[in-house]
Design a protein around this ligand. Structure first.
Ligand code: PLP
Length: 409
């Protein structure tokens, strides 16, 4: 007799399964272009100097301890995290229209958003629209909660650019008040962001249909090296009063602080008006969700990020660190492009590798080519052809270009 008659073993998670195959590969020149984590020019994980200094400051301070945080999280972290994403001069902050809750990094923020909307947004009757393609976990985070998931066109594979027409027509044809999840910057997996003019068009159309926006901000500072530029769409929609519905922001510090495993993040709801009753009700419901699921958020990472954000010198160092990371990635984009286009004269147009931003490049390589890269060349990327450009460095970029050239021809 089986106690779990319908249970089936699932295949490994595509990304973490790839990582396991990479780890098991004994070829010394293997290259990991899979997981979205920054690596230095020697292919090693990088602890940001700002984080190192903040850790020392934190653990040597007299009031350092390992007590529980409150259910909402570490207040000095939350206050500054809201300013990082909304801007220090944010109208929404000044008008007390923001509710913030610490979450288990970006994934946890998305999960809390889903739980909250399922219960309270028109009784969960609305569908959530995700870009096609999107970060693979988006689908299962919302499907696991029983939300209805739809997609909107985003990537035009022929032109390797934004399918703006398809995107806008999806916004227009979706039922009034649907939920749209937007990548705030450094779109995963395509590395392709709307221009500021395109963003304006998208936001006006969303407002015309009263859709509710979730901004997923997992890479602020990674796309351009500049926190303000990478928050353009979020700040424009709020500061210009474009969007009249509540806005949800899911904020991660995993990538921009290199704090992947510490799970530092927040969910913010920006209410269109300052209503103490609504904001208090939202906060209490966030508290209920967090209390029942994780009791209270993890302390260590949020205290480190708070130490950085509340110390002008450390914050300045962090801003330098963001430039270090984003400019190394951009340098690698240019080198790979030059090798393919000018040196090897690899068939096809590789311009998109240079023009895409953030951690990833949607290379356009087919799943067969990706499989050959892994089996013949020990180069690992996900089957969609998305490459984590952070895995490239001066020592492996030639090998990768040669291998791309070989599988394309
Ligand atoms: N959103 C996007 C688009 C991502 O790519 C990721 C991570 O890869 C996340 C959210 C969540 O990351 P984390 O939970 O590590 O903050």
């Amino acid at each position: 007799m089986s106690f779990f008659p319908t249970i089936k073993e699932l295949p490994p998670d595509p990304l973490f399964g790839l990582k396991a195959r990479y780890n098991a590969d004994s070829r010394s020149d293997k290259v990991d272009l899979g997981i979205g984590a920054y690596r230095d020019n020697n292919g090693k994980p990088w602890i940001l100097p700002a984080v190192k200094q903040a850790e020392i400051k934190l653990i040597t301070s007299d009031d350092y301890n390992h007590e529980y945080l409150s259910i909402s999280g570490f207040e000095p972290f939350l206050k500054e995290a809201a300013k990082i994403i909304l801007g220090t001069e944010s109208k929404a902050i000044k008008e007390n229209r923001v509710v913030s809750q610490q979450s288990l990094s970006g994934t946890g923020a998305l999960h809390v958003a889903g739980v909250f909307l399922k219960e309270f947004y028109y009784g969960g009757s609305k569908s959530i629209y995700l870009s096609s393609p999107t970060w693979a976990n988006h689908q299962q985070i919302f499907r696991n909660l029983g939300l209805n998931v739809e997609t909107y066109p985003y990537w035009n594979n022929d032109s390797k650019s934004l399918d703006l027409t398809g995107f806008l027509s999806s916004i227009k044809s979706a039922p009034e008040g649907s939920i749209f999840l937007l990548h705030a910057c450094a779109h995963n997996p395509t590395g392709l962001d709307p221009s500021s003019e395109q963003w304006k068009q998208i936001l006006y159309e969303l407002e015309a249909k009263n859709h509710l926006i979730i901004f997923d901000s997992a890479y602020q500072g990674f796309a351009s090296g500049d926190l303000e530029k990478d928050a353009f769409a979020i700040r424009y929609s709020i500061d210009q009063d474009i969007i009249k519905t509540p806005i949800i922001i899911c904020q991660s510090f995993a990538k921009n602080c290199g704090m992947y495993g510490e799970r530092v993040g927040a969910i913010h709801i920006i209410n269109p008006i300052n209503s103490t009753a609504t904001l208090g009700a939202i906060k209490s419901q966030f508290n209920k969700i967090i209390r029942s699921e994780i009791s209270n958020p993890p302390a260590y990472g949020s205290k480190i990020v708070s130490t950085i954000l509340n110390d002008p010198n450390l914050k300045q160092q962090w801003e330098k660190d963001l430039i270090t990371m984003s400019s190394r990635i951009n340098k690698m984009r240019i080198e790979l492009f030059n090798l393919l286009t000018h040196e090897l004269k690899t068939p096809g147009n590789w311009e998109h590798i240079k023009s895409q931003t953030g951690m990833f490049s949607f290379t356009g390589l087919s799943s067969e080519m990706v499989a050959r890269l892994e089996s013949v060349h020990a180069i690992y990327l996900v089957s969609s052809g998305r490459a984590s450009v952070a895995g490239l460095n001066d020592h492996n970029v030639k090998k990768v270009a040669n291998a791309f050239d070989e599988v394309v021809r």
